[in-house]
Design a protein around this ligand. Structure first.
Ligand SMILES: *[C@@H]1O[C@H](CO)[C@@H](O)[C@H](O)[C@H]1NC(C)=O
Ligand SMILES: *[C@@H]1O[C@H](CO)[C@@H](O)[C@H](O)[C@H]1NC(C)=O
Ligand SMILES: *[C@@H]1O[C@H](CO)[C@@H](O)[C@H](O)[C@H]1NC(C)=O
Length: 498
């Protein structure tokens, strides 16, 4: 409880959001940004930044504060920022924040201690949450240890060899879980010293550190890096100490490998779904069979997959438009991401249809887009966040967020998903044809819309009458997704003029 008291006493002005729980997060949607690449303090929209050349481009916490309207304008009410800790002084390995050197100092490239507190306060003023990325598995190290022994004293607070596992390399071999947990990421030329996380003293230090971090910066949620590289019971201790919602990075397609981590961490990035989403939406020759099977599999193996976080892009994966530049497909994958079960994450730049490929090319400077709020996908995201938020608000018993999506229909190129109780259910029709596809219709039964009632397709603001036998005739134009909601239930939402 110490951290709660400390936070409310010291930062009461930031208002709201003490110890945000999984339930508090379930209604939200998250905008993920790389602090170095989102916005600069000088507000520049021209400052050069070549993602291929790793290094700092000048993004700051103050820059984010100045662009919160841009983020909120799409309907997001949470922002995931890069790790905040002090980094090694090699910019090429540190601009992303995953090479920390001192747990107790901030990365001054991003701003000061006060700037980070101001970011939390500015978010809370807008009823938005702050999610901070944290790394407990490893530190960064500025040096090649091929010939010179590693100098442990450069790391704070773990400043001797005894706090780290003896050196051995994972070397991309993930077949032996013991090795994944005790050996090091990186290589002799770019080592990431692997913390000895089973030591009671290390665990106590991390627990104390995370409570201090949350209190000092009024943090509402955590994104946890490199989860599979640490033994699960460490996370259980860490999660309990944190006392706020955390979403862990288990970057595996295998549901059986990912789901068990939910015993220790509230939520997980939904990598198993990601690995089915992109293959389906990027190619019309992929059927949705695997995607549909994955929904059932997640449902059966995860403790609560409505606490997972679906996403379709992030800073470690090639952007979707780099796989297929078609705009209708981008709309489909974004709609699926935002309307599927869980707490959705959209990666900064998706709204501008950025197309960077394999990392680091997917880490473009967002300011170079000019924060164009008239971009097609910016508007699509705003509309999707609006309908999701409205559907949630209409469920007085909080049932929308825990309602597990039902696959209503699928064929080789279409998948139709229904979510929410009858009367305010969203039915979404997705396809992977792309914008060149000629208009076609699907006659859908089982949507549970009342016979002869009217539904609104909210992306085109088109009213559709349900047949007297209850059939919904969905007309797909230029391969765009369709998202339906009962017209009568839309009243007062402001969506499509209602
Ligand atoms: C995994 O690696 C550990 C440590 O090297 C070793 O003791 C163990 O036998 C290995 N397990 C398997 C299944 O190979
Ligand atoms: C939080 O603030 C306290 C008091 O200033 C300080 O001792 C502690 O190191 C800080 N913790 C972190 C993680 O910044
Ligand atoms: C929530 O309300 C819906 C109707 O809106 C109802 O069908 C459902 O059973 C309720 N769920 C719970 C858990 O009370």
């Amino acid at each position: 409880m110490f951290h709660l008291l400390a936070r409310s006493a010291a930062f009461g002005f930031a208002g709201l959001a003490l110890a945000a729980t999984p339930a508090d997060w379930q209604t939200r949607s998250i905008y993920q940004l790389l602090t170095d690449r989102f916005a600069r303090t000088d507000g520049s929209t021209t400052a050069a930044c070549d993602p291929a050349t790793a290094g700092y481009c000048g993004g700051t916490w103050q820059g984010i504060i100045d662009q919160l309207d841009y983020i909120q304008g799409m309907g997001f009410d949470a922002v995931w920022i890069s790790p905040v800790t002090e980094q090694i002084d090699d910019p090429t390995r540190a601009y992303h924040g995953y090479s920390q050197q001192n747990l107790y100092n901030v990365n001054t490239n991003f701003g000061s201690y006060e700037d980070l507190q101001s970011l939390a306060a500015a978010l809370h003023d807008k009823n938005m949450y702050l999610m901070v990325d944290v790394v407990a598995n490893h530190f960064g190290y500025n040096g090649d240890i091929t010939s010179t022994p590693l100098d442990y004293s450069t790391m704070t607070p773990f400043n001797t060899a005894s706090y780290f596992h003896p050196i051995c390399w994972i070397d991309n071999d993930y077949s032996n879980q013991t090795i994944v947990e005790i050996c090091w990421l990186g290589s002799e030329k770019d080592p990431l010293p692997d913390v000895y996380t089973t030591l009671p003293e290390v665990r106590a230090t991390y627990s104390n550190w995370i409570q201090g971090l949350i209190a000092n910066y009024s943090v509402d949620g955590l994104r946890i890096d490199s989860v599979t590289n640490v033994e699960p019971d460490f996370w259980s201790v860490f999660q309990k100490a944190a006392g706020i919602y955390a979403v862990g990075e288990v970057s595996d397609s295998d549901v059986a490998l990912a789901c068990p981590y939910q015993d220790d961490i509230d939520g997980l990035l939904n990598y198993p779904m990601y690995y089915q989403l992109t293959p389906f939406f990027e190619s019309s020759s992929t059927t949705p069979d695997n995607l549909v099977a994955q929904i059932a599999y997640l449902n059966s193996l995860c403790t609560d997959y409505t606490l997972l976080a679906p996403f379709s892009e992030n800073h470690d994966q090639p952007r979707f438009p780099s796989l297929n530049p078609d705009m209708s497909l981008a709309e489909n994958v974004i709609a699926f991401t935002l309307l599927f079960d869980g707490i959705p994450i959209i990666y900064s730049g998706q709204e501008q249809h950025l197309d960077g490929g394999v990392s680091p090319l997917d880490r473009e400077a967002i300011w170079l887009t000019g924060y164009d709020t008239s971009a097609t996908l910016y508007g699509v995201i705003a509309q999707l966040n609006a309908i999701r938020k409205f559907a949630i608000s209409q469920d007085s018993n909080g049932s929308y967020v825990v309602y597990q999506a039902i696959v209503n229909y699928y064929d080789s190129n279409n998948v139709v998903i229904r979510k929410g109780y009858t009367g305010h259910q969203i039915v979404a029709v997705y396809n992977n044809f792309g914008s060149g596809k000629a208009e076609y219709t699907l006659s859908l039964t089982g949507t549970q819309y009342d016979a002869s009632s009217t539904v609104m397709e909210i992306l085109s603001c088109t009213e559709v009458t349900i047949g007297s036998d209850g059939t919904l005739t969905a007309t797909v134009k230029t391969g765009l997704p369709l998202v339906y909601y009962p017209l009568s239930a839309l009243s007062g939402s402001g969506i499509c003029g209602q």
